[in-house]
Design a protein around this ligand. Structure first.
Ligand SMILES: *Cc1c(COP(=O)(O)O)cnc(C)c1O
Length: 402
């Protein structure tokens, strides 16, 4: 760690999210380069880290945006993402979200059910436009990842099965208000093996071929997100292996390749900095109590996710400790049996790989202010979101006080 977390903690307070923007560039560029010589769009999955400055930074490198609410679409546009690189996915889009996305003229809306297709058609008819769409296909592939982030099996709520997708494309082709230009799938997150990706690509590529035989020409082949990252010592997929697998699978098709990486770009860029409040020794367990909590970073409680935790600038003999926050839940922990030296009040702990699904999943549970976010660009720090205050938290209630 080359960053001076002590200086950052003094300047901005804790708990604090710090993102290395040079890392964001490296990750985006490595993936873009892996697709060199192909028509490709890297649409950043905004949900992994939706700070405007993060999106803006990636947009300046040429990234598109994969959005799952109209709020995310607005963030992407506000951050300078080209509207023809924005797509809108999600199993439950509201009418007003569909209407706005159509009026904004983004690249396409990704349909996740037949009922949704009919809604989009109706709204496009009212607006008297052609809605560009894709269908999210569920290739029934076991992504072999955590069940909460596995999305490619029939029992999952996402997408539609192949036969239904085909029926939807035929319907769309014959509709005056639907223009089927894309195909989409996303089998899960934190994928560390190529095989499920290859299988899913092959299945969807053969669907594209059979659609082309009936004059439905798919122009965008979107393989979703999910490239795994290293949180601990996982061996994961390299951008080049990933791209090669997709290119191989689609080589007979004339399509623009799209992918929607979230975590791959943002996870390892982020550090969550939290201050030690107390140490506490129970008969069986050593606890380190810190000022950050599950409301700031919920992945350990929600998915039993592992994050590397280190004491900053502190040496000494180590012993196992559970790192816990002040929130009134036993699930409020960041790590268990972590080897740490003896810690004092105000020492810092650095929780690694927290740039994805960290701040974006934060809440105000226990009336805690969401943390500030800081960018490090070429060694310089910049505040990109200020810490919430009690006043901002209660503003929407206070004026209605009974
Ligand atoms: C969550 C999600 C992504 C991003 O997943 P990562 O694991 O962060 O890469 C991409 N596409 C869709 C449709 C998603 O739901």
């Amino acid at each position: 760690m080359s960053m001076n977390f002590k200086e950052l903690a003094d300047k901005y307070g804790t708990p604090l999210y710090v993102y290395d923007f040079n890392h964001l560039s490296d990750r985006y560029n490595s993936l873009k380069k892996a697709f060199e010589g192909q028509k490709s769009i890297i649409s950043y999955a905004v949900k992994s880290n939706s700070n405007l400055s993060v999106i803006n930074h990636l947009a300046s490198l040429g990234a598109g945006a994969d959005c799952v609410s109209i709020g995310e679409v607005r963030r992407a546009l506000k951050s300078g993402v080209d509207k023809y690189k924005i797509i809108f996915s999600g199993v439950g889009k509201r009418d007003d979200e569909i209407r706005e996305a159509l009026e904004l003229g983004i690249l396409f809306i990704n349909l996740e059910s037949e009922a949704e297709m009919k809604r989009v058609e109706l709204i496009a008819m009212e607006l008297d436009i052609m809605a560009r769409i894709s269908v999210r296909v569920n290739p029934n592939i076991d992504a072999k990842t955590h069940p909460y982030i596995s999305t490619g099996l029939h029992e999952s709520k996402f997408g539609v099965e192949i036969d239904m997708a085909k029926r939807m494309y035929i319907y769309a082709k014959n509709s005056k208000n639907l223009n089927p230009i894309g195909i989409h799938f996303h089998i899960g997150s934190q994928l560390t093996k190529l095989e499920p990706i290859r299988e899913a690509c092959d299945i969807v590529a053969s669907l594209v071929k059979s659609l082309s035989a009936i004059k439905i020409d798919i122009k965008f082949f979107d393989i979703g997100g999910g490239i795994g990252v290293r949180y601990d010592d996982e061996i994961t997929i390299t951008p080049q292996e990933y791209a090669d697998t997709i290119i191989e699978s689609t080589k007979k098709l004339d399509v623009t390749l799209m992918c929607e990486p979230g975590r791959f770009i943002t996870a390892n860029s982020g550090y969550f900095v939290t201050k030690v409040l107390y140490e506490k020794q129970n008969p069986t367990t050593r606890f380190v109590i810190v000022d950050g909590a599950m409301n700031d970073l919920i992945r350990p409680s929600l998915y039993s996710a592992y994050h590397k935790i280190e004491a900053y600038d502190k040496e000494g003999e180590t012993s196992k400790a559970n790192i816990v926050g002040p929130v009134c839940e036993s699930g409020d922990f960041f790590g268990k049996a972590v080897e740490l030296p003896k810690l004092d009040h105000n020492d810092l702990l650095i929780i690694h790989s927290t740039g994805a699904y960290g701040f974006t999943m934060a809440s105000n549970y226990n009336t805690r202010n969401r943390s500030a976010e800081v960018a490090i660009i070429d060694g310089k720090d910049r505040l990109i979101r200020e810490r919430e205050s009690f006043e901002t938290q209660i503003a929407l209630e206070e004026k209605y006080l009974i």
